[in-house]
Structure formats: C-alpha cells, structure tokens
Design a protein around this ligand. Structure first.
Ligand code: FMN
Length: 173
C-alpha cells in the first residue's frame, strides 16, 4: 500500500495541493495511493498521543501507517527545515514497526528560493534513524506560487520533467 503524506496542518497549504497532484499523476499511471494530510491529526495530539498514549482518533491513522509499505512525503520549508508537526507525527507513530525497513520518496517545496533542500536533508536523517529507506531522487520545488496554477497543476516544463521521472522511479522503487 502507498500513502502520500501532506506534511503540514496549515489550512489552504500548497503542500496539500501538490500531494493531490502527485496522487492524480500516480493514478494516471495506474498506481493507487492514499493521501494522509497532517491536518487530519487529532487537535490535541501532543497531549493524547505521545509517549505511549494512544487516542481513538489516532488509531485509524496509525493503522494506515502500519499497513503502508511505501510513503511519499510532500514537505514544505518552515524556518529552514521541515515542519515541527511532521516530527511530532513521527514521534507519535508506533516505533519501530511504523516505518522500519519500508520505503519513502521525498519532495520539498517552498515559497522561497531553495525548495526545502535543508529540510529534506534534515528529514532524510530522521528517515535513516528509523530505517526508512529513501529514494535517491529527491525533488525540490522553489517559488511554488509561480509553479502551480489555480487548478493545482504544475506549469514549468523542467518541474514537470523531474516530477514525472520521480513518479516513474517511485512506482518501481
Ligand atoms: C511557519 C512557516 C515558516 C516558513 N518558513 C519558510 C522558509 O524558511 N523558507 C521559505 O522559503 N518559505 C517558508 N515558508 C513559506 C512556505 O514555504 C510556503 O507557505 C509554501 O507555500 C509551502 O508551505 P505551505 O504548504 O504551508 O503552503 C514558511 C511558512 C510557514 C507557515
């Protein structure tokens, strides 16, 4: 099972639109993927789901993570790294079985110039620690406001080429 993680809970995020774009492109290539937005996390997660606690609201999310073999993380740049809510989410998931010896592809995006290069590097370190094997081809989409149209479609030829290559490799990964 494949799950795309939209790695922010910010309302109206570009991250969720990009996650939906990847889901649509995977479907066009005959591969179904679920989508989990971190906006769906329990509002009180830091009180109800850390350090051995498990709320009824989090159980279906844990179940999705446990059943997933391949993850696609779409990760925005927040203060030069990945969002704190993504780390809290990883910390809340059962260890090690949630991610151990599974596979992941990573996509960074930002409104600034760097497309979350540092955040993707930081998150790669976390992935290595939890034995989540990351695909070598990582995509960084800078200036996301100029890259996506009103319908959530990517516009730039280079970005289309590299995201398409990443999707093909992810299907085979
Ligand atoms: C808390 C926060 C911190 C941010 N820090 C950065 C940053 O360090 N560099 C950058 O290029 N954009 C930064 N941004 C802008 C995001 O990259 C931008 O909102 C982009 O659309 C991706 O995030 P989104 O999915 O929330 O829309 C930040 C946004 C937020 C909400």
């Amino acid at each position: 099972m494949i799950t795309i993680i939209s790695a922010t809970n910010r309302p109206g995020s570009h991250t969720l639109k990009l996650a939906q774009y990847y889901q649509q492109k995977l479907r066009e290539k005959g591969t179904e993927a679920g989508l989990l937005s971190l906006a769906e996390l329990p509002a009180n997660l830091i009180q109800t789901d850390l350090y051995g606690k498990r709320s009824p609201e989090f159980m279906p999310i844990q179940d999705i993570i446990t059943r997933t073999d391949k993850f696609l993380f779409i990760i925005p740049e927040y203060n030069g790294s990945f969002p704190g809510v993504l780390k809290v989410f990883i910390d809340a998931c059962a260890y090690p079985e949630s991610f151990y010896e599974k596979k992941a592809a990573l996509v960074g995006l930002s409104s600034g110039k760097y497309g979350n290069i540092r955040g993707i590097d930081h998150f790669t370190g976390v992935c290595h620690y939890i034995h989540l094997n990351t695909m070598s081809l990582k995509i960084h989409i800078a200036s996301i406001n100029k890259e996506m149209d009103q319908n959530g479609q990517l516009l730039n030829a280079d970005t289309l080429k590299f995201t398409n290559e990443q999707i093909d490799k992810f299907i085979k990964f």
